[in-house]
Design a protein around this ligand. Structure first.
Ligand code: HEC
Length: 139
């Protein structure tokens, strides 16, 4: 290979690597299981998930008007009810609703929104791991 083309080849190899990484990464980031997600959050936080702490966070107010339970119920194995709109919310515990925690974009979107509503900030990875590990104990 002449030296004139070397940078071009390097660039193309790089572009291919990026495209491949994208192709592999994107679907994997979307389709998931609750067990995958708890593993991911645990790895991110570097702490072991604690279901008792998760239940506490979920069922108690964190300085604002609502707790998670205000909309999802204290034991979210049944339909919840939105605290302001009154709309029904399907069970959050994955054993009672197989769609839960199977789409990481959706899960992240709602964690972000709901933690902001309840705590005035986003939940940490450790808090998400705690809550999800508790939800997974509900059978
Ligand atoms: C004001 C009402 C409300 C409160 C309070 C609330 N949620 Fe939600 N939550 C919703 C609604 C509405 C949805 C989306 C509709 C659905 O998925 O059924 C949702 C969805 C979710 C999801 C998506 C799960 C998935 O993958 O399908 C998670 C996770 C979640 N909530 C966690 C929490 C946590 C944790 C708290 C407390 C920090 C909380 N929520 C507080 C209303 C609420």
């Amino acid at each position: 290979m002449s030296s004139v083309f070397a940078p071009l080849f390097a660039f193309r190899a790089c572009a291919v690597a990026v495209a491949l990484a994208g192709a592999v990464f994107v679907p994997a980031a979307q389709a998931a299981t609750p067990a995958d997600m708890v593993k991911g959050y645990t790895a991110e936080s570097g702490k072991t998930a604690n279901p008792v702490r998760g239940q506490q966070l979920f069922t108690t107010r964190q300085g604002r008007e609502w707790s998670c339970a205000s909309c999802h119920g204290v034991v979210p194995t049944q339909d919840g009810k939105h605290a302001s709109t009154g709309k029904a919310i399907k069970p959050l515990a994955p054993a009672f609703n197989p769609e839960r925690f199977t789409d990481s974009a959706k899960t992240e979107k709602w964690f972000r929104r709901n933690c902001n509503d309840v705590m005035g900030r986003e939940c940490t990875a450790g808090e998400k791991a705690d809550v999800l590990s508790w939800l997974m104990t509900l059978k």
